[in-house]
Design a protein around this ligand. Structure first.
Ligand SMILES: Nc1nc2c(c(=O)[nH]1)N[C@H]1C(S)=C(S)[C@@H](COP(=O)(O)OP(=O)(O)OC[C@H]3O[C@@H](n4cnc5c(N)ncnc54)[C@H](O)[C@@H]3O)O[C@H]1N2
Ligand code: MOO
Length: 395
């Protein structure tokens, strides 16, 4: 059996970052920048008011309260500005350019709000409530570096420096195919021997959560030819493919049967629990990575977290490796098969403890749904007493 680390190492040695594309701004959420982005102008581009109030010379407020004539009204977006001479003031709104001559803004709350003349009650320092040009970004300054993951705030600054398109690695497109003759789409009735298909829903959602674009291709039965056909269609639009089921030792293992003869996909036993049977390789001229995950629902979910998620990180041009762990104290005893690394399902608490959920079978999807953590038990450990320190992956 190969170790979890060996299996992941092979995956990460095979999977490559996706080629960068010119993406429209609206398409960039979750993409990874592939260029340094600079601002063509300073931000803010001009001195502007931080408050609704009056632009004035600070010197004119020395004897406050003072009453001054209001010579103009400046809204945000105004371009035609009158200079503010000594003893004058203009009414100004937040975001409006500060007219020449004025050196501070007095908020309307410090005044009587007059529009012809205004009485200002308090003095203000030079620069008060003025947002200076270039205070956020200088012209030519790099605002985001290549390799940055684009979230809402990053998307905001891209727009803020006037970009319509940027060079970025897109979110990987991942097609998910469930296999098994017993599978029925949720919403349809079951007969004896059938179960509702759930893995493709879990895995597609997991892809999306991991920053990919997940597509469900629908389940196929136990016929390897049907699977090959479905894969052909998937490869047209996929940067990676995930299958679930059909990889263990049974008489009908369509994934193994369909892919083994190709010679580009290997089936291995990985020393872990759950998730022991694993297939991985590449398909087609474009060498699209395929993850053939075991069918047990908890097994496919855990396999995704350990192997597919890091591969998606690599495709996105992000640092990739096993999920980070935190240390916690287990509230209950743990058991693990000798020679296999276990990923038991648990609930983390704020007090630094983790409680194993009831139902640790790799078919127990309801127990998985209660968990928010995977408790890692190393290969050489078979029993962990309650109260012990353990490493935990947050889900
Ligand atoms: N003789 C052996 N039998 C098994 C071994 C073994 O080493 N020797 N390994 C076991 C382990 S461990 C696992 S994990 C499973 C993996 O089996 P497959 O990947 O071939 O998956 P299936 O047989 O198709 O299904 C397993 C189980 O999961 C249910 N399933 C499958 N797909 C879905 C789905 N999309 N949604 C919901 N549930 C699904 C399926 O009905 C089976 O109950 O093999 C063990 N056997
Ligand atoms: O290794 Mo299997 O994945 O236990 O159910």
């Amino acid at each position: 059996m190969r170790s979890v680390d060996e299996h992941l190492a092979e995956i990460l040695a095979t999977v490559r970052p996706l080629a960068p594309l010119e993406l429209e701004l609206e398409q960039t959420l979750g993409a990874t920048l592939a260029e340094d982005v600079t601002s063509p102008v300073p931000l803010p581009p001009f001195d502007n008011s931080a408050m609704d109030g009056y632009a004035v010379r600070a010197d004119d407020l020395a004897q406050a309260p003072v009453t001054l004539p209001v010579i103009d009204d400046v809204a945000a977006g105004s371009t035609d500005l009158r200079a503010v001479g000594p003893g004058h003031t203009v009414r100004i709104m937040t975001g409006a350019p500060v007219p020449a001559g004025a050196d501070c803004v007095v908020p309307v709350e410090w005044t009587d709000g007059g529009t012809v003349s205004v009485t200002i009650d308090r003095r203000a320092e030079v620069g008060h409530a003025i947002r200076r040009a270039g205070e956020d970004v200088q012209a030519g300054e790099v605002v985001l570096k290549a390799g940055t993951l684009i979230g809402p705030a990053q998307l905001g600054i891209l727009a803020g420096v006037g970009r319509r398109r940027v060079l970025a690695r897109p979110r990987p497109r991942v097609v998910v195919i469930a296999t098994g003759a017993e599978l029925v789409e949720p919403g349809n009735p079951l007969v004896t021997g059938q179960i509702w298909e759930s893995n493709s829903y879990t895995l597609t959602a997991a892809v999306r959560e991991a920053g990919g674009e997940g597509f469900r291709a629908g389940a196929v039965g136990d016929d390897p030819a049907e699977l090959l056909d479905r894969l052909d269609t998937a490869l047209v639009r996929a940067d990676a493919v995930i299958t679930s089921g059909g990889v263990s030792m049974g008489a009908y293992e369509p994934v193994k049967e369909a892919l083994s003869p190709l010679g580009t996909v290997k089936f291995e036993k990985v020393a872990m629990q759950p998730g022991m049977p694993q297939g991985f390789g590449v398909l087609g001229d474009d060498q699209v990575p395929i993850f053939a995950l075991p069918g047990n629902p908890v097994s496919s979910f855990v396999s995704f977290q350990l192997f597919v998620r890091p591969a998606l990180d690599r495709m996105r041009g992000l640092p990739a490796g096993l999920p980070a762990t935190v240390t916690a104290r287990t509230t209950g005893p743990l058991r693990s098969p000798s020679g296999r690394r276990s990923y038991l399902r648990g609930v983390l608490s704020d007090d630094g403890t983790v409680s194993p959920v009831h139902g640790q079978g790799s078919h127990q999807l309801a127990a998985l749904a209660l968990a928010d953590a995977l408790i890692v038990v190393p290969e050489d450990v078979t029993e962990v007493p309650a109260g012990s320190s353990v490493e935990v992956i947050r889900l």
